[in-house]
Every structure is written in structure tokens, then in C-alpha cells.
Design a protein around this ligand. Structure first.
Ligand code: NIG
Ligand code: FE
Length: 412
């Protein structure tokens, strides 16, 4: 089955297959073709070009999208969409003056979500999670990473990862799973962090690896949570069993985690609201993608990741939603791209690169998604009629998506 989109006002993010990520000043370039066609076949991108060279294939559905733009779907490389219930009560506590850290200290935060998750059945958890996944697919997300980490017991962590596995087989966008082995210390291990890490490393991790429940391993590397030493221990254990590190680091404090992650060839270092010169130096020349989560900064009122500093150092940057009940109760990548431009002063070109090709790289999916490239999956966003692509981040509260395609099929 073939579909031919014709009269595309601008076809955005057209790239050769050699481009796996973009970095530094290249982030400010967004390749595009005006007055374009796009041919998709059997769910994949077949060819594209200027309307002057538009083919006239037989047996093809032709869709005229005059005035509208097409871009590759968002690649959201950091989410926690498998969770139980919400934390709107803590939201009110924060409005009334408590900080994220103060709420966590009195048993709220991650521990609150863990209690809810432990008491939720696998099928109920699946139902709640699939609602969120369907929501973000309609908002243009065409590839996603999902973490465990709200279980904190063997049973509950495996429950989360099995729900992710079920989502993988039920939906046809690429989904990557991360075992977030050390997210918070449960009450039962209050004075015995190493016993908790033992449990996660020696008992849970081997099951995760054996049942192929995750591609990545994660730690919340932060003061009051897990140290750089703890993070290295978990990363090493994960690597031994074939999992790649993808780490929460530098959210509130820079404690040296970035350097440790780079040394362990982490696929990404995520958050980076606080970043030191030495962190930037460590990332130079590495394979590790820095990932910013502006919806988290917005919701918690904490600093934004200094995108300009990172990009002007020649580094790449990806954007992700961090969709979770505590620090970013949204998975709307359109908002994330807007917030990156408005609050982090990213150019629209840089933000779109960060939310597509660089997001794909942060999930090892650059070969499949993240750009308009022959052979990649036809996961597409068709915009409403817009005068220029700058409208996408500019009109931050409007929904400018007309249609979404996943593997060449219209999502309704
Ligand atoms: O990425 N920072 C750690 N983990 C999540 C938030 C967890 C929560 O508050 O539930 C994050 O922001
Ligand atoms: Fe997170």
C-alpha cells in the first residue's frame, strides 16, 4: 500500500541516512524542502523531493496537503508513563510553599507513587499506562522510552517492566524499556542503602536481563538519593548483563555523575539543570547524549538546562518530556519544544532537531526514526496550515497538529 502526500508546504527534517545526531552549530540548521512530495510504502518512507519531480505511481492513495507541513514524529527519549494514580495533592502542597525535596522527606514524592503502584494490579497499571501512551501518540510522539523505578520491590519493578513489554507488543511505535534500578530508597531500607542496591543488582537485575525486560539501566544520581559511587556500581552491574546506562543526573546538584556516566559510555545523561564546566568537558568527544527536560523545570520551578552553553560547546542536545506524576505530569512534546524555545532560548531549528533526530539517538533509534529519510518508519506529523514552522513553538498553547501517522497509518 502506497500513500503519496503532495503539495507539502514544507517537508521538514529531510536527512541522509548517515546522520545519526546533530551537534553544536549544526543544531541551528533544519533541512527542508518547500513545495514537496512524500511517498510512503508499506509503512516506510520510500522517497521525497520537490513537486516538480513528483512521481505518478499507480495504485496509490494521493493526499493533497496544500498549506500544511510534514515533519517526523517526536522522539521522546525519557518518560515514566507507567505509573499508578497521580500526585495532585503534592502539587497543592507545593503551591502552598513546600519544595519538591521537603515533600519527598515527609514520605511523599517517589515513595508515594511507589506505594500506589505496589497496590495496583498489573492489568489496572496497563490500562492507566496505555491511556497515557495513546494520548501522547495523538500529540505526535512516534517513538518513546519508558522507565520502571516506581516499584522499589522486586515484584513491583518486574510488574512495571512487564507492562512496558505488553505496551511494546500492543503498539507499533518503537518503545524502549529502562530498568530504573535506583530511583529512591524505600522506608524498609532507610538505614541500609547497600542492601537495597544488592537487592536490585543481585536479585532483580538478573531477572530483568534473563527475561529481556529492558535495554537500559538508570539511577537517580543526586544528593539525598544515590551517590556517584552507587551509580557506578549499578551501571557496571547493568553493563555486565548487556544493559546500557541512561542516567538521571544533575537535576538539583552537580556531584560528578556526568563524568562517571561518560566513562561508562552511557547512551544519555538526562536533566542537567545544573551543569559545571567539567561536565561539559567530559561530554566533549563522547557518545553520550545530553538530554534536557524543560517540562520538569517548568512544573517544579527549577532552573532550565543551559542549552545555549551546551550547544555552543559543540555538543548535541536532545529534548524529552519526563512524563511522570511528580515532576512533569505531561508528555506533550509540542509543549516541550515550545518551552525549550521560550525558556531555554533554543532556536526552533535546534528544538526540532533535539526532539526528533537527537531524541532518536538517545534511544539508539536513529536508524529507524527521527528524520525524513528513505527506509525509515513513516511516523509523521501533518501540521494544520501554518505560515512557517516557527509557529509550532510560538503558539505554545495551540494544537497545530492536524494528523498523525504511525507506520504509514493514520491515527484517529
Ligand atoms: O525524572 N528525578 C527523578 N525522577 C523523576 C521524578 C520522580 C517523581 O517525582 O516522581 C524525574 O524528574
Ligand atoms: Fe525522569
Amino acid at each position: 500500500m502506497q500513500i503519496l502526500f503532495k503539495n507539502i508546504k514544507s517537508l521538514l527534517q529531510t536527512r541522509g541516512e548517515n546522520v545519526k545526531k546533530v551537534a553544536g552549530q549544526d543544531m541551528h540548521q533544519l533541512p527542508k524542502i518547500d513545495q514537496a512530495f512524500l511517498l510512503i510504502k508499506d509503512g516506510l518512507i520510500e522517497s521525497f523531493g520537490e513537486m516538480d519531480h513528483c512521481p505518478k505511481p499507480s495504485d496509490t492513495k494521493i493526499i493533497d496537503v496544500s498549506g500544511q507541513m510534514i515533519l517526523p514524529s517526536w522522539c521522546d527519549s525519557h518518560t515514566h508513563i507507567v505509573y499508578a494514580g497521580n500526585r495532585e495533592g503534592e502539587f497543592i502542597d507545593r503551591i502552598n510553599g513546600l519544595t519538591y525535596e521537603e515533600i519527598a522527606k515527609k514520605g511523599g514524592g517517589i515513595l508515594n507513587s511507589a506505594k500506589k503502584l505496589q497496590n495496583t494490579s498489573e492489568s489496572d497499571l496497563y490500562t492507566q499506562s496505555k491511556t497515557r501512551l495513546e494520548e501522547v501518540i495523538k500529540l505526535g510522539t512516534g517513538a518513546i522510552e519508558i522507565k520502571s523505578g516506581y516499584g522499589l520491590t522486586k515484584e513491583a519493578e518486574l510488574k512495571m517492566l512487564r507492562v512496558i513489554k505488553q505496551l511494546k507488543s500492543a503498539y507499533n511505535i518503537p518503545i524502549k524499556a529502562t530498568f530504573l534500578a535506583a530511583h529512591a530508597l524505600p522506608q524498609a531500607f532507610k538505614n541500609n542503602k547497600s542492601a537495597f542496591l544488592d537487592l536490585m543488582i543481585k536479585d532483580v537485575l538478573p531477572t530483568v536481563a534473563k527475561e529481556k525486560l529492558a535495554e537500559y539501566i538508570d539511577v537517580f544520581c543526586e544528593k539525598g538519593y544515590f551517590s556517584v559511587e552507587d551509580t557506578e556500581r549499578v551501571m557496571q552491574a547493568g553493563i555486565q548483563l548487556g544493559l546500557t546506562p541512561k542516567i538521571h543526573v544533575n537535576q538539583f546538584n552537580a556531584i560528578g555523575g556526568v563524568n562517571a556516566c561518560v566513562k561508562h559510555n552511557a547512551r544519555s545523561v538526562d536533566h542537567l539543570e545544573v551543569i559545571l564546566n567539567e561536565d561539559i568537558e567530559a561530554l566533549k568527544g563522547s557518545n553520550t547524549m545530553p538530554v534536557a527536560l524543560p517540562a520538569c523545570s517548568y512544573f517544579l520551578g527549577i532552573p532550565y538546562t543551559p542549552a545555549k552553553e551546551i550547544i555552543s560547546a559543540g555538543l548535541p542536545l536532545a529534548l524529552a518530556s519526563d512524563y511522570n506524576p511528580g515532576s512533569s505530569p505531561t508528555g506533550n512534546m509540542n509543549f516541550v519544544v515550545s518551552a525549550a524555545c521560550i525558556k531555554m532560548k533554543m532556536t526552533p531549528e535546534a528544538a526540532i532537531n533535539a526532539a526528533t533526530i537527537n531524541g532518536a539517538y538517545a534511544m539508539d533509534l536513529s536508524d529507524k526514526v527521527g528524520s525524513i529519510t528513505p527506509g525509515k518508519i513513516a511516523n509523521l506529523i501533518i501540521t494544520k496550515p501554518i505560515p512557517s514552522y516557527g509557529m509550532l513553538p510560538y503558539a505554545f498553547g495551540s494544537n497545530l497538529i492536524d494528523q498523525v501517522y504511525v507506520a504509514g497509518k493514520l491515527i484517529s
